[in-house]
Write a protein that binds this ligand. Structure first.
Ligand code: GAL
Length: 528
């Protein structure tokens, strides 16, 4: 008679074979310009491997995990002050009071298998140890954003599966507050209450209830203000109310503040560095002393070389350029120009402080020059979209999608949700790719990763297919390197001395070069 153990093994084997069969079938059914293979039904934990939190502050982390539900989550060595919901994979509680590194092993199991992944919770003063990931409403809703739209987006972040890859923030941009001297019934009325507290407009009936809803999904909430008297769209700003507003944002339960320079240049001489830094230093200090973690996303378009001092004044990221949505582009689409400018700043990115080249504008997205026009599908080609996402990930950029979350299509998700691409963005080392080569025809970006491997983007800037290469000499590599095609999640064999690929017009080939004998973050199954 066969033992129960034997039956179990056979069961696992059959389930494994079935899973592999389904994966092959699913991949064969994908349209040919889709690069990311479909996720299997077995559990796959994704997202950062390191997470910063201030001592004793509220903690919220939804384990990003693909695979069929129901799923059962568990965690080894979770600090006693934290609790994990085994059904949703959401970890809540208070961060330990004692600073230090807490190594946790996250585990997930379903009918198709089980997996684990380590997460180091770093309790200390630095938050934003990896670039933030999420959604921002600006390029979809502009002046019309409402509580309902934000809730819809949060729900869609879960239902679309984006949260299973690490997308976490749901950010409200400009236009949630009231507009001074406006007769509009929705946005008019007193801009602050008798105590000077900032008031949301009638499209946001209850900010605390809104953040509570976002948190109940295991996601985080972001808000927006300006150090000037008015925001860029002329809503109430935080000038001379900084302390009150910082306290209010934290009390409402927000986890991120985008602080946009806008009208501050009307009240201070921002061509002087000290004046430009002053409001960010003030808000940065206030948020650091709040009783919850609030990520500070600075937005002053790169003025005064913000990358040199953004982190010192308390910023966790800083926009390095103007608005991507206003960028006209020439023969190359606008994201290339913004990306190329941002790529020059690689030495300034670090855990806790990231260069921000603005949002990812793909899918159904509004028109920044005609904000009342209905959202339209991006005109970027599939190859350009993979270039965009590759460039942002190589540059360790915050990954904020800003298209319409309620109209996500399979191709857009295929671009946004490749776990190995996201791993490059979220890599623990926190280095931004260096430019190895930039000519009128091609661009090579290389990002060193924690495990000793090198992520390399081979970009073709021309309008016809072209061979783009990387030489070991330029990249300071030696010996044999295993080559992994990151988008297609496939191994391409071993290369020595150099590696070349044919790259589509305006497209990219993204590879990871792994020293032949290195132990790497890519699992041995992936490398077979
Ligand atoms: C711009 C900013 C955009 C958006 C907009 C809102 O200055 O760069 O990202 O926030 O203001 O009015």
């Amino acid at each position: 008679m066969f033992s129960a153990k034997y039956h179990r093994r056979i069961g696992f084997l059959l389930a494994g074979l079935l899973t592999a069969f389904i994966a092959v079938l699913a991949q064969a059914q994908q349209p040919k310009d889709f690069r990311t293979p479909p996720a299997g039904p077995e559990p796959g934990i994704h997202g950062p491997r390191v997470y910063g939190v201030r001592p004793g502050h509220p903690f919220l982390y939804r384990i990003p995990c693909t695979g069929a539900r129901p799923m059962r989550f568990s965690a080894r060595d979770l600090p006693a002050t934290l609790q994990l919901d085994p059904n949703t994979g959401v970890i809540t509680g208070m961060a330990p009071a004692k600073p230090g590194k807490y190594s946790v092993v996250l585990q997930a199991r379903n009918h198709h298998g089980k997996t684990r992944r380590s997460l180091t919770i770093v309790v200390g003063q630095t938050i934003g140890l990896t670039p933030q990931m999420g959604w921002n409403d600006w390029y979809t809703y502009y002046g019309h954003i409402s509580d309902t739209d934000v809730r819809t987006a949060a729900r869609a972040m879960i239902d679309s599966g984006m949260a299973d890859y690490g997308y976490q923030f749901i950010d409200i941009d400009d236009c949630w507050a009231r507009k001074p001297n406006s007769n509009d019934p929705q946005t008019g009325g007193p801009v602050r209450d008798a105590q000077g507290r900032i008031l949301p407009n009638s499209r946001f009936p209850d900010m605390s209830a809104l953040t509570a809803y976002i948190h109940s999904l295991g996601l985080k909430a972001g808000i927006y203000s300006s150090p000037g008297p008015l925001t860029c769209a002329r809503y109430e700003g935080s000038y001379q109310h900084e302390q009150q507003d910082a306290a209010q944002f934290a009390q409402w339960g927000f986890d991120l503040l985008k602080y946009d320079l806008c009208s501050y240049s009307h009240v201070a001489n921002t061509s002087q560095l000290a004046e430009l830094q002053k409001p960010y230093r003030l808000m940065g200090g206030l948020l650091q002393h709040a009783d919850r973690d609030v990520v500070l996303n600075m937005c002053e378009y790169g003025k005064g070389d913000v990358w040199q001092w953004g982190k010192q004044v308390g910023g966790n990221s800083w926009r390095t350029t103007g608005d991507l949505g206003l960028e006209r582009g020439n023969s190359l689409p606008g994201f290339y120009r913004i990306g190329l400018a941002n790529a020059e700043l690689s030495e300034y990115a670090q855990p806790g402080g990231w260069n921000d080249p603005d949002y990812i504008l793909i899918g159904m997205v509004g028109n920044a020059r005609n904000q009342n026009a209905p959202a339209r599908h991006t005109t970027l080609t599939p190859d350009e979209q993979y270039s965009y996402m590759s460039m942002w990930s190589l540059m360790a950029s915050p990954l904020f999608f800003s298209g319409d979350m309620s109209k996500l299509d399979p191709f857009t998700l295929n671009v946004l949700c490749n776990p190995e691409v996201i791993d490059i963005d979220q890599d623990t080392l926190g280095r931004q790719a260096r430019i190895l080569r930039k000519t009128a025809q091609d661009l090579v970006l290389a990002k060193p990763l924690q495990d000793g491997s090198l992520a390399v983007g081979l970009f073709n800037l021309t309008e016809a297919p072209r061979t783009v290469s990387i030489s070991w000499q330029d990249a300071q590599l030696t010996g044999a390197q295993r080559v992994r095609d990151v988008w297609r999640e496939r191994n391409l064999g071993t290369a020595r001395g150099s590696f070349s690929r044919t790259v589509a017009a305006h497209g990219v080939e993204l590879v990871r070069l792994i020293p032949r004998h290195a132990k790497t973050g890519v699992s041995s199954a992936q490398l077979q």
